[in-house]
Ligand binder design. Sequence first.
Ligand code: T6T
Length: 327
Amino acid sequence: MLRKHALFAVATALALAIASQGANAAKIKIGFLPGVVDPFYQVMQIGVEAAAKDLGVDVVTQIPPTWGVEAQTPILDSMIARGDLNYLITAPVDKDQMVGPLQAAVDHGIKVITVDTFLGDGDYVNGAVKFPISYIGSDNVEGGRIAARGLAKAIGGKGTVYINSTNPNVSSVEGRAVGFKEVMAKEYPNVKVLGPDFNLDDANKATQQTAAVLERDPNLAGVFGTNVFSAQGAGTAVVNAGLGGHVQVVAYDATLLAIELMNKGLVSLVLAQKPFDMGYMAVQFAAADAAGVTSLPRRVETGFAIIDKDNVKDPAIARFIYKVPGK
Ligand code: T6T
């Protein structure tokens, strides 16, 4: 509750600051560089564009086709080379390897706001990496804890469960696995955790990896897919093995497919993040910073909607399902 109020206070302060910016403030241009093409970042882009329209700022968006430093860095370099961007809103695809390339953006006069994923340990006040204005995103360790409790409940508190994830060194999915394992170790001594396997954000690979685990361990009780493609791929393997409904799946990210699988009884819990809010707020932060606001929080947690069969029809919850018009 406190967090909700804090978020509201931030939003109100921002609105006031931006409103008082006046018509004469210099127009800013923002680069938006998310992690990869997927429904999560597409919804984030809708948030970025909505805020840009509301605040009258320009945004240039470029989305890497695949996940990885090799895909994100050249796009970042070309955004820096344009020479006309004042701010960059980005989701670094590696918490260490993207520090140098993003420091180069700062050296070229571009201020950086990280969304969804952070650099270093994410503590921009006391940590090793301090240059980003802020991290705006989920508390992914907490998200992992929520997923663990949901899965443990679905399997009756005992059995073997398996984590399928994307890549090592990505703050978001790494945090999810940490929180998940922590809760299983502390609260569910009869649950054994396998993985994570890393699918490099490729759903087909996630399917193959999960199929191999199901073959090795026919009594597998549950699977945690730590993001869109991990959950999709792992869920497909469970269905292909004819184990839908027997092996419980918890899906991070509320795609329409995840919700459909939940409605069919294949997925027990879906964790929705707030990508629209991350994008919208990041643009507000850039505008507020440009207006001279000096007290922007260095970290904003945007919260979750925890979706299950009982609440999925509630409009207050269903509004967080990732809906991309035309898709
Ligand atoms: O889960 C999101 C995001 O939070 C993560 O950093 C990468 O994967 C997604 O984009 C979903 O595919």
